[in-house]
Design a protein around this ligand. Sequence first.
Ligand code: PLP
Length: 367
Amino acid sequence: MPVPLFDTQRQIAPLRAEILARIEAVIQGSRFILGPEVEAFEREFAAYCGTEHAIGVANGTDAITIALRALRVKDGDEVIVPSFTFFASAEAIPPTGARPVFCDIDPETFCLTADTVKEVLTPRTKAVIAVHLFGNLAPVAEIEALGVPVLEDAAQATGSRCAHGRPGSLGRIATFSFFPSKNLGCFGDGGAVTTDDPQLAERVRMLRFHGSKDKVCHELIGCNSRLDEIQAAVLRVQLPHIDRWAEGRRAAAAHYQQAGLGDLVSLPRASAGCEPAWHLYVIKAERADAIAASLTAEGHGCRAYYRTPIHRQRAMAAYAPSRPLKGTEQAASRHLAIPMSPSLSAAQAREVTGAIGRALAAAPRAL
Ligand SMILES: Cc1ncc(COP(=O)(O)O)c(C=O)c1O
């Protein structure tokens, strides 16, 4: 049986009636923007992350720009960001006036490290965007020890945890995306910013609403970027299940290991002390494209997400790094996301592993 790249239907299905009832209640209440569902979700999500504040915004990209502006990042500043991530992690920087400075990653964890940050740190560095890629956690404390504030891009990491806590609570400020396929996804676009700092939280609240606290006085040039009531209601139904789903994702990773996938390709390595809620399960192999072609031919889902890293995208030509990003290039050319979801079974993991074995047998020089 073909195994899909991810299976959101399966986790949503048992919650469908409850979600529909909550949407119906929002329609009945006729409050669609910044009402009780958003307020309740903000409280519940902050409690889940272990932070004082959570502020709902329209999507994970706005969340980063708003969080950077809350940190007073401005013209002439530099913001360090990995190049091996979704484009939005870096795209959110230029609207603040700052310059994205690309750093390398550890290709084993897919995350930036304190050493790769140090290589590009300058007196103009105003913040570091630590992307918790694929659900793995970046070493936030080690980076903050360099004396620079960290914005966690936790878009892919809801449900992960480490000894210091959960993503969202590890740096000065953090951002989330609730795009439907994310570990916690809504039925459209949505996002959030979390922080313990009351002043940052207040600036985020103002920036998401035209720079105003009261809709009358406008103290900042902000934007219109709000999580809406229906999306908040959908998220509230799912939030209590997120840890169980995270366990399912970790179990799926264990199924792949037990199926012997590690003998065939390089498996993603959890960062030290981290229990990732694998958003994507990303293997590495020299002939990743040949494996992808075979998996696709057998009907299994797979995808190379970031074959062209951001620093080589045309839109970022003005910000090209002066030195090669070796870990980034290795990850970019060899990575391949294979099926992952909370419900992925041992049989499905064996199925996908078998297909990868057949792909490599058909192309023995691949390894
Ligand atoms: C790492 C990362 N950062 C930021 C974003 C942007 O989130 P959104 O699509 O909600 O704007 C995404 C979404 O895919 C992402 O994966």
